[in-house]
Design a protein around this ligand. Structure first.
Ligand code: PFF
Length: 446
């Protein structure tokens, strides 16, 4: 009965764009280039691509299927597809916790993007001489007030959209903004093609050169494949639940993973072409895109306009992902506890905002507070990407492969035998073992 009133996506395209909107975000444009830089390029990219194909796509299909079948939020979905009060609710709970932690630092980075958009519009971003462009970021990091205000503004925008609900909030915006983001990236790609660092960027990203991957690098590649596809925490279960029963999930999952990977690689090429053309450091960490892009924009005629458009679009890409993070939590409270949608959105956002202050202050007042050697920002990032999402992903995969089993695989694969068999074996055995091995290697060494 409840299903009759449940909101649904307006069309197939709307769904694919919304799922792609969740997947494509800071993970692609901010995080992928910087962790690739830190981990030395080629081999890391290869492992990451392998994870997307072998683990990411199958788990994505599994999540969408569970959501679509259950027509409910990420916790209840396990009960509806299996049995009431099942222990399999655990990955649902873990997912809610992941959503809290991820959104708390995600919003802080979203705030940086917002700040850069503001600086671009007002023309302040590109006025300093090139060698001083990096200073802007240092100043932002040093100011608790700016960090907090930007974090607040990002969170507040997310709240407004989530309150509007599935159709009016999520759908309308992603449909317009994702294609524009893509076009701008194509434009930048054409521009960097003429930079002297372009060939070097290609070889850095796509050829396997000397240097080796650490256990940590492996885990980061695995973890990032979950993060970038919004997997392992019920976001795709929730989005799948707004889908009517007829959708071809395999096709949808492949489309989403393809678009997500394409955008990450395009962003990677643009950023590393700039890095190698202007003698910047590939391994400079979370500040990478903020230190590189303005250098290029400053060289372009009408650079401030391109800069504004670009940061604005990253802001929207981040927003559509943040919305999906908050939606996981809100869907749970409204459906399972009957909390009013508006109240649930605001309450959860306030808690997440407060938690996020720990990350916002990690670059200044709390810079010296370290847990396991990490600042809060790094801790929340590592803890979710490297542990919570992969573990959530394994559990969801095993639930799909073993508990729901053959029938689910056949349905999810649209009755295509070979696809169903592949899906079953990957979710039952290959994906869990691959992720466990990498996790084991990280914790105990092989
Ligand atoms: N996939 C998003 C990105 O790459 O930016 C981040 C994300 C969104 C992770 C939603 C997890 C999630 F549930």
């Amino acid at each position: 009965l409840a299903n009759a009133q449940r909101a649904h996506w307006g069309s197939r395209l709307a769904f694919i764009l919304a799922a792609a909107g969740s997947a494509i975000g800071l993970g692609n444009i901010w995080k992928f280039p910087y962790i690739t830089g830190v981990n030395g390029g080629g081999l890391f990219v290869l492992v990451y691509l392998g994870c997307i194909l072998l683990v990411g796509v199958p788990v994505l299909i599994a999540e969408l299927y569970i959501g679509q079948k259950a027509q409910s939020n990420a916790v209840t979905a396990f009960e509806r597809t299996h049995k009431p009060k099942t222990l399999w609710r655990l990955p649902g709970w873990l997912g809610l916790a992941s959503a809290f932690f991820i959104l708390s630092f995600y919003s802080v980075v979203g705030g940086w993007i917002l700040y850069y958009t503001y600086l671009s519009i007002t023309g302040q971003l590109l006025t300093p001489p090139p060698e001083e462009i990096g200073k802007t970021l240092t100043e932002l990091f040093a100011s608790p007030l700016t960090q907090t205000v930007c974090h607040f503004l990002f969170m507040a925008t997310t709240v407004v959209i989530v309150m509007a609900g599935v159709k009016n909030g999520l759908e309308r915006w992603t449909k317009i903004l994702m294609p524009v983001l893509f076009l701008i990236l194509v434009g930048l790609l054409v521009r960097v093609f003429f930079l002297e660092g372009f060939p070097k960027a290609i070889s850095f990203l796509f050829s396997i050169h000397e240097g080796e991957m650490t256990a940590h690098g492996w885990m980061e590649a695995v973890g990032h494949s979950f993060f970038t596809l919004s997997l392992g925490m019920g976001a795709m279960i929730t989005y799948g639940s707004y889908l009517s029963e007829k959708e071809n999930l395999v096709r949808a999952a492949v489309a989403v993973a393809f678009l997500d990977t394409l955008i990450a690689l395009m962003a990677g090429v643009v950023i590393f072409a700039i890095v190698f053309s202007f003698g910047l450091q590939p391994s400079s960490g979370p500040g990478l895109i903020f230190a590189t892009l303005p250098v290029l924009f400053a060289q372009m005629t009408g650079g401030w306009l391109v800069a504004t458009a670009f940061f604005l679009l990253i802001f929207f890409a981040a927003l559509t992902s943040a919305v999906s993070l908050l939606e996981v939590v809100v869907a749970y409270w409204t459906e399972s506890h009957g909390v009013d949608r508006h109240r649930s959105t605001v309450t959860n956002a306030v808690v997440i905002f407060i938690l996020g202050l720990l990350s916002a202050l990690s670059t200044n007042v709390l810079a010296e507070v370290k847990i396991l050697g990490l600042t809060f920002f790094d801790l929340f990032d590592k803890m979710t990407s490297s542990y919570m999402l992969p573990i959530g992903g394994i559990l969801i995969s095993v639930f799909f492969g073993w508990t729901l089993g053959k029938q689910a695989a056949l349905n999810a694969a649209n009755r295509l035998g070979p696809v169903a068999v592949a899906l079953l074996w990957i979710t039952r055995i290959a994906a869990p073992i691959a992720v466990l091995l990498v996790l084991w290697n990280l914790v105990f060494g092989l």
